[in-house]
Design a protein around this ligand. Sequence first.
Ligand code: TA6
Length: 300
Amino acid sequence: MFEAAGLNERMRIAGEVEFRTGDQGALVAEISNTGGRGSVALQGAQVLSWAPTGQEPVIWLSTDARHKAGKSLRGGAPVCWPWFGPRPEDPGKPAHGFARNLDWEPVATARAPGGTRILMRLVPGETQKSIWPYAAELTLDITMGKSLRLELTTTNLGKERFELTQAVHTYFQVGEIEAVQVLGLEGRHYIDTVGINRMRRQEGPIRIPHEVDRIYLDCPGDAVIVDQSLKRRIRISKQGSRSYVVWNPWIDKSAALGDMGLNGYRKMICVETTNAATDRITVRPGGTHSLITEYAVEPT
Ligand code: TA6
């Protein structure tokens, strides 16, 4: 659908944005500026990497990640849309919707105060409408530099309102999972989806001593990943979302997934900015909804 040469003719920024086939075989926009560097795949508009200057990578990507058309790479920041998790009406459909498996259109690139900006766009076609019968446009406005800002905007182009659940399903790199805590969700209720779904209440910071797969509810504020091993904190701020998902597959689920790399689970944690479970969004005809999340590294 898109070729690097044509994209570079229209949107290359010398020394800052270059489209090429990346290390995993995916067509990516490579971004580099004084604040940081990274890459975004056209498939799924998936951020595959991001490292602020002078920092270890903040986004984790599996060592097993290899591009395959129609399948999201393990890691990065996949966009789950227009549903999060299994499709309630039809669990047989792909989990996490179809947006992450499709090629998005790069619309624009630009230098920006926060770094480099790239706008990507997806308009679901007839195939998608056969399983999700609505007219919509989805854009991801990415600003990458010292921080990483992702703005996911849905526009309802049709005559019927529709409901959304969605996520920016980001995999964060950590030094050693057992030296990690997540702050900001203390006292919140969550749906524990490991085994049978159960509602629980978060007592103190989140730690990861086993498989964790939780949807935290009524939490519009920041979350902070405290990594004692890499001696850094990753602050996650957001707008347009009242829920988070915290996930680590641990050993058995990693083996079942088969693409987490050797002990990959020890080097990652997903803290996903979501509209999930009861945090559902309704978009009326002509209306829009934006899910915004921003990541910044702080010293511990
Ligand atoms: O966000 C957590 C989760 O829903 C887990 O249950 C697990 O399925 C994970 O997403 C990865 O899903 P994927 O479809 O990318 O393998």
